[in-house]
Design a binder for this molecule. Structure first.
Ligand code: ZN
Ligand code: ZN
Length: 274
């Protein structure tokens, strides 16, 4: 691939990843990456298996910084975090933030749009009158307002709500209310962040038909003036750049001729032709 290889979206054993942070760094170096960002799920207080244990957050920061120094001759390492609406971690401790929505909450009931499908279906029944489309509208509404207010550096997996909807089991993404909500969320998010990831994680891990966001949504993002960054959202070292050929093609099909990637020096982002 004739692009500078990098990923801003990488998990490790500090959250729900299978490899250690060092294994991720070594895999990236073997693949010829110029830079890498580790972005564990920020601490929240209701789903401990999927985020940094608050007792280990200092260790996480120390270890990524130490790895950055140890491998400085081979790769530029950045300390990132993937924050959710309900995260409680202090974003100021990190080099950059990916802003994502994984959870919907109603009073004490919190469930994720990309986790256990039975819990998601139960949440749709309890809170959205059994309408997957109403749930999707709520997801997009939350994402748009979160990004506008939180101003992350990168918008994470914009249409994650498609995770369990590949054959439209829950809703039709082209249904007017859902499509309108997605476009409105994109326009609102654009006010808080101009950089969206093209995320190949589900494509590589679970056979999704295309990266996040879909080609139609990505094309709309380009027309708004939004920029893109390629990300693997990987949870295992052997998948450090999984799906990148498809991700690159996806960006080109949407009309992009350039992308951002994590910088190799002091600048957080650099730009490459694609
Ligand atoms: Zn995520
Ligand atoms: Zn992630």
């Amino acid at each position: 691939m004739n692009i500078p290889l990098s990923s801003p979206h990488v998990h490790s054993q500090y959250c729900d990843g299978r490899s250690t942070a060092e294994e991720m760094v070594q895999a990236a170096i073997r693949r010829g990456f110029v830079s890498l960002g580790i972005s564990s799920h920020a601490t929240q207080d209701f789903d401990p298996g999927y985020c940094i244990d608050p007792a280990l957050e200092d260790d996480y920061i120390r270890e990524i910084r130490a790895l950055g120094q140890r491998y400085a001759g081979s790769i530029r390492l950045w300390l990132g975090i993937e924050r959710d609406v309900y995260s409680i971690a202090d974003a100021g401790r990190y080099d950059y933030v990916i802003g994502s929505v994984h959870y919907l909450r109603h009073d004490a009931d919190t469930f994720s749009v990309d986790g256990d499908i039975d819990r998601l279906r139960a949440g749709i029944d309890r809170h959205y009158g059994g309408s997957g489309a109403a749930m999707a509208v709520a997801y997009y509404g939350m994402l748009g307002s979160y990004v506008r207010k939180a101003k992350p550096d990168i918008i994470g997996h914009f249409d994650l709500v498609m995770r369990h909807n590949r054959r439209h089991e829950l809703f039709d993404p082209q249904e007017p209310a859902v499509w309108r909500a997605a476009l409105d969320a994109m326009e609102e998010a654009f006010e808080g962040c101009r950089l969206m990831e093209v995320n190949t994680g589900a494509l590589a891990r679970s056979g999704a038909p295309e990266p996040y966001p879909s080609l139609k949504l990505l094309t709309h993002w380009r027309k708004l003036g939004g920029e893109v960054i390629l990300s693997s959202d990987c949870h295992a070292a052997h998948q450090i750049d999984a799906g990148y050929e498809e991700g690159l093609l996806h960006m080109r099909k949407a009309g992009y001729d350039r992308m951002h990637y994590l910088g190799t020096g002091d600048q957080l982002f650099e730009i490459a032709a694609i």
